[in-house]
Design a protein around this ligand. Structure first.
Ligand code: RIB
Ligand code: CA
Length: 313
């Protein structure tokens, strides 16, 4: 398998952390060119802290981490401490990071990397609000055609919203950024709540993380123990949904996932449905399909892959 070069754009967040760990544990399939941080689950000063803590947990102080946008394009920032805790990485007791944050800004890194790397050789993996990606596309439209693919976590259709009745958090926080990205013409794979709510860290799966016996397995078990209480209370679900790792798992084993190429447009007009991903699942319009909208996964296969890879760190 060719190694896929990726940029992870993230707002850690416990599930972001697991996605980053899975990517760093899979060098045969994935080369992480850099991690660009964005405000989302918690403010930017915490997402840049958390991203570096996760890299150090993985023993990867060499990874380049960049600070990005600290607020959405045209709206006030909405955060999710009620889900992720006040630090955004509540659960494990991890040391403060000592690895450096890069001087270059995240948007500049995205632009420079896409200009420098061969066309269609870089995949963008946004797992937070799309502010950095949209800003880079706005500042440097020439890079849009250089992107191989965008594999993002965000949106919802049959599963409806998690931050409002209509919208999923990542898209709701910056709907204008999402609208720009979904209209950009880059091939997009969407991991919406429709599939991520089927990736639940049941007690047995959490026990399997602990049974790995390394500090990564223990930390991930502690993260998901903390992270799950919100979804248990709200949905009565049988564990925390591992939203963001679905993107990285797709890069490694796409056969674990299934979906449909459909048109997806973003609500940016009505406050009632702001940030809703309107997926034309039944093809009732003549709007061109612009996204592979994933609806299902082999959950056991997903957790087997994740547990096996975390054991490598
Ligand atoms: O709605 C789930 C998404 O919002 C995940 O990316 C989670 O980390 C939060 O950012
Ligand atoms: Ca996230």
């Amino acid at each position: 398998m060719n190694v896929r070069k990726i940029i992870i754009d993230t707002d850690p967040g416990q599930d972001d952390a697991v996605a980053i760990l899975l990517a760093l544990a899979s060098p045969e399939e994935i080369e992480v060119l850099g991690i660009t941080c964005v405000a989302g689950n918690v403010p930017l000063e915490l997402t840049v802290r958390n991203a570096r803590m996760v890299c150090e947990l993985a023993g990867r102080r060499d990874v380049k981490v960049f600070a990005g946008c600290d607020r959405p394009l045209d709206r006030d920032l909405v955060t999710a401490e009620h889900v992720h805790g006040k630090t955004g990485l509540d659960g494990p007791d991890l040391p403060e990071p000592t690895m450096p944050l890069q001087d270059m800004r995240a948007v500049e890194f995205i632009i420079e990397t896409l200009r420098k790397e061969p066309a269609s050789s870089v995949t963008l993996v946004p797992i937070g609000p799309l502010t950095n990606i949209a800003t880079a596309f706005r500042m440097a439209p020439d890079i849009v055609r250089k992107v191989h693919e965008i594999v993002l976590m965000g949106g919802a259709y049959f599963e409806v919203g998690n931050i409002t009745p209509a919208a999923e958090f990542n898209i709701h926080v910056d709907p204008h950024a999402a609208d720009l990205v979904f209209r950009a013409g880059v091939p997009i794979v969407v991991m919406p709540l429709d599939v991520t709510h089927k990736a639940l860290v049941t007690r047995a799966r959490n026990d399997a993380f602990r049974a790995i016996g390394n500090r990564v397995g223990t930390a991930v078990a502690e993260m998901t123990d903390f992270f799950e209480r919100y979804d248990r209370e709200k949905y009565g679900s049988d564990g925390a949904p591992l939203h963001d790792p679905c993107t990285v798992a797709y890069l490694i084993r796409p056969e674990l996932f299934s979906g449909r190429h459909v048109n997806v447009e973003i609500e940016t007009g009505s406050e009632l449905t702001m940030g809703m991903t309107v997926a034309d699942w039944w093809g009732v319009t003549d709007r061109a399909a612009n996204a592979l909208f994933i609806g299902n996964l082999d959950a056991d296969g997903f957790f087997e892959l994740l547990t096996e890879r975390l054991a490598r760190l």
